[in-house]
Design a protein around this ligand. Sequence first.
Ligand code: NI
Length: 182
Amino acid sequence: MTIRRLHLLGSPVLRQPSTPVAAVDDEVRRLVDDLFDTMHAAKGVGLAANQVGVARRVAVVDVGEEFPPPLVLVNPRIVKLSDAVETAEEGCLSIPDIYGDVERPLAVTVAALDRDGQPYSVELSGFKARAAQHEIDHLDGILFLDHLSAVKRHLLVAKWKKARKGQAGYLKEVTPEPAGEL
Ligand code: NI
């Protein structure tokens, strides 16, 4: 189990478009495993590779439901979007303690490669669809803040900067909570 350090808002890797994966090899599989470990330790529901400093098009989603099972998204693409939209609150492991209401299509179909490099597509709706869209945004260098009005975004960034005052850098160690702690 390898928990990697998280890159926080301000880290340039969060703003650069990630590079497609040419072949799903052992290194990519290790990255996928580490993304799941890091996401679970940080109590997130999704994590993109650039959030651990790796600018490759790899992300994972686990909203804690059995179906669909946790998603491995290698070179993911949104191939279908619903006209219906929904607004709900989002946060991001790279912007701790900052939340905003984001409007997104309610349902999406995502095509990607799995952990074995096999192509698949999956229809997602509700929270799962939102999580997948949020992670695919990361791979394009987009953060949930970018979907907000300029006024709201500036407020949240100011709040973030105030909370970060005195803290250098933009790397965060993830420490899983000790067993038994609520
Ligand atoms: Ni995020």
